[in-house]
Design a protein around this ligand. Structure first.
Ligand code: URA
Length: 441
């Protein structure tokens, strides 16, 4: 078999066989196939697409490129959750303790963020001492003992995806349904959970900008999981503005803790209740979504969810005092108010631009090696539907390097799209996809 023939076949819009896909994935993982040929194939797939069978074969081939984790020594149904990526998305920090406190084991393997802001691991690492590199044995022990652990994916888990995702990131080939679905599902399948809740973001801050594409991606991922005997549910959720008010690592930890205390932003709290209830149902604790939501409300009202977060922080060697006293978390030297240049109702906040504004001041990574400044970020003051008058504060920038302020400010102002009339409110959840099919709300 020759790689050039596989590229040609896909370039001409033909279907690849399982053997051709395996040849490419295994060869690329072992660096026998060079980046330039892999890039050409990714671009051909981007334009010609792949059918369901090819997508499933690519997923399995990437799972088989590394180890698969056996979580069978954890008692109960292990439920994982994955978001396709959004700005201000700190749901795992809130959801995981709530679901664990409601009695369903959460064994979560997370990634770091490339682009905009940090990923879940970066957010957790803004807590002093917090270890995300757990040995599998410790990860399993923690889930058995405390019902919760969040750790980083090891490099031997779906290594083909690790290489390919990094390549796609720099060759403009990320936002393709088949490539995203196989990338996410290969990691989820290799990391051993029995059931998976997917949060598929839709809107300007998501990979999938339109509802139609978001439902298609969700269906593709649910079908891959269902065919491999995993119970998978995907919810299509709003990303036409950042989630909550905080964007930036330590700032997001603070907002997550406020949410666990019952004082968080409404959109973040509601999303955690919806996704969490789906996790509780898949975890077999109840079959009734309303009861699952009540169980989650209880964990907030009786303080057990917050306690669970502290238990996890201690179990992973973090300083739980910083959760009790949020002032001990990293703090930026300056807090600068951004004043509105226009007036009207906030129609849309371009979440991607907000993410870039946060990246400029150091909240995210430009490259895999870039350091992150945990203390910096943005607190939005105005969200979609709010009225802005000239001179109002629209956001507060937590910043150390003031030379980056002007650029950040410009992006923030550009991100706000105002209208004269009160905008139509978009729902937080647009629908769900499960093994029975697509359910639009
Ligand atoms: N997240 C992933 O893990 N892979 C993608 O391709 C896109 C988002």
């Amino acid at each position: 078999m020759r790689m050039v023939d596989i590229i040609l076949k896909k370039r001409n819009g033909e279907e690849l066989t399982k053997e051709e896909i395996d040849f490419f994935v295994q060869g690329y993982t072992k660096s026998i196939i060079p980046d330039y040929q892999a890039s050409a194939l990714m671009m051909a797939i981007y334009f010609q697409g792949m059918n369901k069978r090819e997508t499933a074969d690519l997923t399995l081939s990437m799972v088989n490129s590394g180890v698969t984790i056996d979580l069978s020594s954890i008692t109960g149904i292990k439920v994982d959750k994955h978001s396709t990526g959004g700005v201000g998305d700190k749901t795992t920090l809130v959801l995981a303790p709530m679901v664990a406190a409601a009695g369903v084991p959460v064994a979560k393997m997370s990634g770091r963020g490339l682009g905009h802001t940090g990923g879940t691991l970066d957010k957790l690492e803004s807590i002093e001492g917090f270890k995300v590199d757990l040995k599998l044995e410790n990860f399993i022990n923690n889930v058995n003992e405390y019902k919760i652990a969040v750790c980083g994916q090891t490099s031997d888990l779906a290594p083909a995806d690790k290489k390919l995702y990094a390549l796609r990131d720099v060759t403009a080939t990320v936002d393709n349904v088949s490539l995203i679905a196989s990338s996410i599902m290969s990691k989820k399948l290799a990391s051993g959970a029995d059931a998976i809740v997917l949060d598929v973001k839709t809107g300007n801050g998501a990979f999938m900008k339109t509802l139609e594409d978001s439902f298609t991606l969700a269906k593709e991922m649910v079908d891959i999981g269902t065919n491999l005997n995993r119970n998978v549910i995907a919810m299509i959720t709003e990303m036409n503005e950042p989630l909550g008010y905080a964007v930036g690592n330590a700032l997001e930890v603070k907002e997550a803790v406020a949410t666990l205390k019952g004082n968080g932003p409404e959109d973040l709290f509601q999303l955690c209740i919806e996704l969490g209830a789906a996790m509780i149902v898949l975890g077999g604790r109840t079959t009734d979504m309303a009861e699952a939501k009540q169980l989650l409300f209880n964990t907030i009202n009786n303080g057990t969810a917050l306690e669970k977060l502290k238990t996890m922080v201690r179990a992973q060697q973090g300083n739980a005092e910083q959760i009790d006293n949020l002032d001990l978390l990293p703090k930026a030297k300056n807090i600068i108010e951004i004043i509105a240049e226009k007036e009207g109702y906030v129609k849309v906040i371009d979440a991607e631009e907000i993410g870039k504004a946060a990246l400029i001041i150091g909240a995210g990574r430009e490259t895999k090696e870039s350091p992150i400044d945990y203390s910096v970020g943005i607190i939005l003051v105005k969200k979609v539907g709010d009225r802005i008058s000239k001179g109002d504060v629209i956001a507060k920038v937590h910043i150390n390097d003031l030379s980056k302020l002007e650029e950040c400010k410009q992006k923030l102002n550009d991100a706000y799209d105002l209208s004269i009339e009160f905008p139509e409110k978009r729902p937080l959840i647009f629908g769900l996809v499960n093994k029975e099919g697509i359910h639009k709300y």
